[in-house]
Design a protein around this ligand. Structure first.
Ligand code: FAD
Length: 325
């Protein structure tokens, strides 16, 4: 099977979670030739990607990446190279590029694949969530004609990089010159503090927090615990916190060691993004809140009062440690 893996590094560093694609490929258990097309990232890491051929597209790190340029680059690359399976991993650019590529190339597309059930000479059976995460669907797809899939983050173990470097072919980013639409401005936002994707601790707030002032406490606790700030859609829509911090179906998919939620009900779309957390701790006034069904510890309390107490306790603990030292 000729496989193309698409890896997009929007920031300067190589996104190690993209190595999940290669465990997914191993699980397919078939004879493969794997080509990786990699946008951005450090070339020394890219040269160790566990695949047969590596094509590198350098990016200008000071300019926001235009998803259409990625789309056109892959499209052109595929004009000269035939693939049976094209694999993306869920990220903001891939979410845009993968269905658009499917449309341009007239290749069927299956997003959010989280498990492989079986493979025979004619078909694959994949599992993906349906009905806003409330159920799982089993999809049987023809494996004898090309297919584009996007795998769900954190569903497969990232494969190790090779010890040795391989030759890397470089191609340039194909600028989108089509005139049917025009991007007027793109802004590159420099990520501040610990990022949701990398954090071991995430402190998340929802509608129950009640205000942007309430979110200052969420940020303070995240800071004290060396964690990142997350939010539900209700909090983002209330403009208490930036959209980039949204956790869930339409936001980030995270798997921290501790996911600490304040005033979040636990709607299925929110849980989609945090269910892989090792430990969920929830604070909610409603003992029937669905989040408690998924929490290791549940606290029935006003989240603003409780967070103030936790912050004070941690500060006192830190003071005691300083005094002992
Ligand atoms: C297609 C689609 C995609 C979606 N994608 C996402 C997504 O990616 N992420 C996401 O989060 N949502 C998403 N949603 C929205 C989702 O369905 C919920 O509406 C949203 O998650 C609710 O946010 P919430 O838990 O903050 O608010 P609510 O559901 O209103 O819950 C607020 C909770 O706070 C508690 N509370 C109130 N006051 C206090 C207090 N003082 N102290 C403690 N607890 C208190 C209440 O008991 C309640 O449980 C999506 C919806 C759709 C239809």
């Amino acid at each position: 099977m000729n496989i193309l893996s698409v890896i997009i590094n929007e920031n300067e560093t190589f996104n190690l979670s993209s190595l999940e694609i290669f465990s997914f490929i191993d699980e397919l258990k078939c004879e493969n030739k794997i080509t990786s097309i990699v946008f951005g990232g450090e070339k020394s890491v890219i040269a160790k990607i566990p695949c047969d051929e590596i094509v590198y597209v350098p990016l200008n790190s000071s300019v926001a990446l235009n998803p259409n340029d990625v789309l056109f680059s892959i499209d052109k690359f595929m004009d000269n190279n035939l693939f049976d399976l094209i694999i993306f991993q869920k990220d903001d650019i891939s979410n845009y590029v993968s269905p658009a590529l499917s449309f341009r190339k007239k290749i069927p597309y299956l997003p959010d694949v989280k498990k492989i059930i079986s493979k025979d000479n004619k078909s694959f059976k994949f599992v993906r969530p349906v009905h806003g995460e409330s159920a799982e669907g089993i999809y049987s797809v023809d494996s004898t004609s090309p297919l584009i899939i996007k795998i769900r983050k954190s569903s497969f173990e990232p494969k190790q990089l090779n010890e040795n470097e391989k030759p890397v072919n470089e191609i340039i980013l194909n600028k989108n010159l089509e005139k049917s639409f025009k991007i007027i401005e793109t802004k590159k936002i420099k990520p501040k503090g610990i990022q949701l994707d990398d954090a071991d601790v995430v402190i998340s707030g929802g509608r129950g927090v009640g205000s942007s002032e309430g979110f200052e406490k969420i940020k303070e606790l995240a800071n004290l615990l060396n964690g990142a700030v997350g939010a539900s859609r209700a909090a983002v829509e209330s403009e208490w916190i930036e959209t980039s911090q949204l956790v869930g179906l339409t936001g980030k998919w995270i798997n921290p060691a501790l996911y600490f939620t304040f005033g979040i009900s636990g709607a299925s779309q929110h849980l989609a993004g945090c269910i892989n957390s090792k430990n969920i701790v929830a604070v909610n006034t409603d003992p029937e809140a669905s989040i408690f069904n998924y929490s290791k510890y549940g606290i029935i309390a006003d989240c603003n009062e409780f967070i103030a107490e936790v912050i004070e306790e941690i500060k006192n603990m830190n003071k005691r440690v300083v005094q002992i030292v």
